[in-house]
Design a protein around this ligand. Structure first.
Ligand SMILES: [Zn+2]
Length: 186
């Protein structure tokens, strides 16, 4: 006997825009900032460079500087990165904003609300059961597996806990890939 046909569906969590920053404004006490179009500022003191990522309060437009490099010798920087800082390279803005080390130093967290999308293959109703789904993340976007699965399958979270077998805890936020199995509705 051959083994059961087995279907594996790929889901992908994708960024649709840059997340906002949860960062307290010293002027208006709003807690939300944006990188806007994405700009760096580079200041040179001889051979030492300061590089900041500029962010703007969404309420009062006050600009804050997130330190990227502080008093760093010019030769210690990757020339491609240095060029990127000078031309406000979009990919470099993204990379620095999403860098957990920078978030830690800059005292901000990322607000991903409305900034991502779940790509699922076209719906089919003729799945052989059970169905396996692999979830991959294009960016480290924190999601709760049970909410993501409920959204992706169009079922309630109660049903998720009843019908899903998952290799990670369903209620614990994750931003790394995981796999789950959907059992048929009882
Ligand atoms: Zn403000």
């Amino acid at each position: 006997m051959s083994s059961q046909p087995h279907i594996v569906l790929p889901w992908t969590v994708r960024r649709t825009r840059l997340p906002l920053l949860t960062l307290r404004c010293v002027d208006c006490h709003s807690h939300t900032a944006t990188t806007g179009d994405g700009k760096f500022r580079v200041n040179a003191h001889g051979k030492l460079l300061d590089v900041w990522l500029l962010v703007r309060c969404v309420s009062c437009d006050r600009t804050s500087k997130i330190p990227v490099h502080e008093r760093t010798h010019v030769t210690a920087l990757d020339p491609a990165d240095l060029h990127g800082y000078h031309v406000n390279d979009t990919d470099l803005v993204t990379a620095r904003l999403l860098d957990p080390a920078l978030a830690h130093r800059g005292h901000y967290t990322l607000d991903w609300t409305g900034a991502w999308h779940l790509d699922t293959p076209p719906d089919r109703t003729d799945h052989p059961w059970p169905v396996q789904v692999t979830v991959t993340f294009d960016d480290p976007i924190p999601v709760r597996p049970d909410r993501l699965i409920a959204h992706g399958l169009g079922i309630s979270r109660t049903d998720v806990h009843r019908r899903i077998k998952c290799d990670i805890p369903l209620r614990r936020t994750t931003s790394t890939g995981f796999t789950f199995t959907v059992l048929p509705a009882p």
